[in-house]
Design a protein around this ligand. Structure first.
Ligand code: FAD
Length: 428
């Protein structure tokens, strides 16, 4: 890997997401060598992926080069690598570009889509966890309308314009809202010769409310906003299979659709070597103690989505969200420095800064600890917070200008099939 030998301790971080980047920044300019490994050379701002899928933003504005984030740090090395295995005995990671020894290892590999073992759904549905997946979804949505124009078979046309989103969490709710806005504001202009009123957006949730982790008020209001936008919300309904044409459910209800988006769950992206039942708990996450140390090790840690730190308030671990990941990255940075100075580490305490989701133009729900609000003000708060947490001044400016333009013009300019997605090829 051509990482120079050093007399300083070598800290290897797997993953340049929210947790890994926060940690690397904390360790900058310290007497340690930091090696960050990621299979992508960019950090992804996942909360805005749905805007890429729906043509609201270009992918470049929600991604940021990892090398640039840490360019001024002399002790920092980045390698574009997929980590394939962790050897906890020899303190070594095996990657597709070679081996690397570590003194301290931090697993910050995040999470991946959870299909709950259903390989048919995995094969035929669309996920929205990475930028390439979001671009595939954007292409498929647009290709569907192009195809709908060409067919004279009414059933086929309806299936092409029928969108099924499984999972009523923030991802499903935000995507459904954005699609409804496209249906209302853009499709009639782009496809005047197609009856786009026939397009359907179905949001399916297995429990009795949307946005389960949020307040009852936020959940009710989100449903109300979606229904006003024309989204069909199905509650207490579970999709049991999807063969690429028809989605079956736990009732007699079926959906004929060419596009099923699976936003029903995520699970920890565990890596071989730490994937046994001994380490992994509910949701395929790695069990850690209050210092984020993995069971049985003094020098191997996990942070962010992949880590499951159980507390009285969060017996199943912290929510898989950006804030716990950032806070754990920051705290572990401090703790590693304390460890090197032979001082005792401090236990991690999560500061819940609230949750929010947007449903569309002027519509959002925000739950803060002592204050819950919905509507236009919530939408401005949502926008401000997302701009604030985006990495890079250029990205903030580009996103801000795009949002302003889209707001004033009722438009989404990035509705481009740059990289065609051939669903049939995926299925073969
Ligand atoms: C569509 C969507 C919307 C979301 N909306 C919100 C929201 O509104 N608010 C919120 O707080 N949270 C939201 N989240 C969740 C939030 O993005 C995650 O909780 C957060 O990204 C977790 O950070 P992390 O650092 O643990 O993992 P990630 O940010 O996922 O980073 C993990 C990194 O590890 C790399 N990696 C993984 N495995 C390997 C390997 N084997 N080798 C090399 N590299 C590897 C990946 O490439 C990635 O860069 C959303 C997530 C999604 C998918």
């Amino acid at each position: 890997m051509n990482i120079p030998k050093t007399s300083n301790p070598r800290i290897v971080i797997i993953g340049g997401g929210f947790a890994g980047v926060a940690l690397a920044k904390k360790l900058s300019k310290q007497e340690v060598q930091v090696v960050l490994l990621d299979r992508n050379n960019y950090h992804t701002f996942q909360p805005l992926l749905y805007q890429v899928s729906t043509g609201g933003l270009e992918p470049d504005s929600i991604a940021y080069p990892i090398r640039k984030i840490l360019k001024d740090f002399p002790n920092f090395y980045f390698r574009l690598a997929n980590v394939e295995e962790i050897d906890t005995v020899k303190n070594k990671v095996r990657t597709d570009i070679g081996h690397l020894k570590f003194d301290y290892l931090i697993v910050a590999s995040g999470s991946t889509t959870n299909y709950f073992g259903n390989s048919e759904i995995e094969k035929h549905s669309m996920a929205m966890k990475t930028i390439p997946q979001s671009l595939d979804l954007r292409s498929l949505i647009l290709e569907n309308f192009e195809e709908a124009l060409l067919t004279s078979d009414l059933n086929e046309r309806n299936a092409l314009m029928n969108f099924v989103i499984v999972g009523g969490g923030p991802t499903g709710v935000e995507l459904a809202g954005a699609l409804a806005e496209i249906k209302k504001g853009i499709l009639p202009k782009d496809y005047p010769d197609l009856d786009t009123r026939m397009a359907q957006i179905n949001l399916i949730q297995s429990s009795d409310c949307l946005l389960k982790g949020m307040s009852a008020k936020a959940s009710e209001k989100a449903e109300d906003f979606l229904e006003k936008l024309g989204v069909i919300v199905w509650k207490n309904l579970r999709v049991t299979n999807y063969d690429g044409k028809t989605a079956t459910t736990n009732t007699d209800l079926t959906f004929k659709t060419e596009t099923l988006v699976w936003a029903a769950g995520v699970e920890g992206a565990v890596i071989k070597g730490l994937d046994s039942e001994y380490f992994v708990t509910r949701g395929n996450r790695i069990l850690v103690n209050e210092f984020n140390q993995i069971k049985g090790f003094e020098n191997i840690f996990a942070i962010g989505d992949i880590a499951c730190l159980c507390t009285e308030e969060f017996p199943n671990g912290f929510p898989m969200m950006a804030q716990p990941a950032i806070q754990q990255g920051n705290q572990l940075g401090d703790n590693l420095l304390r460890l090197l100075e032979e001082k005792p580490m401090k236990p991690f305490v999560y500061k819940d800064k609230g949750t929010m989701a947007t449903i569309g133009r002027n519509k959002a729900v925000v739950d803060l600890k002592n204050f819950k609000f919905q509507g236009v003000f919530a939408w401005f708060v949502w926008m401000f917070v997302h701009l604030f947490f985006l990495i890079g001044f250029r990205n903030r400016m580009v996103v801000f200008v795009n949002w302003l333009y889209n707001y004033v013009r009722f438009d989404r300019e990035a509705r481009l099939i740059i990289r065609p997605f051939k669903k049939r090829l995926k299925e073969n």
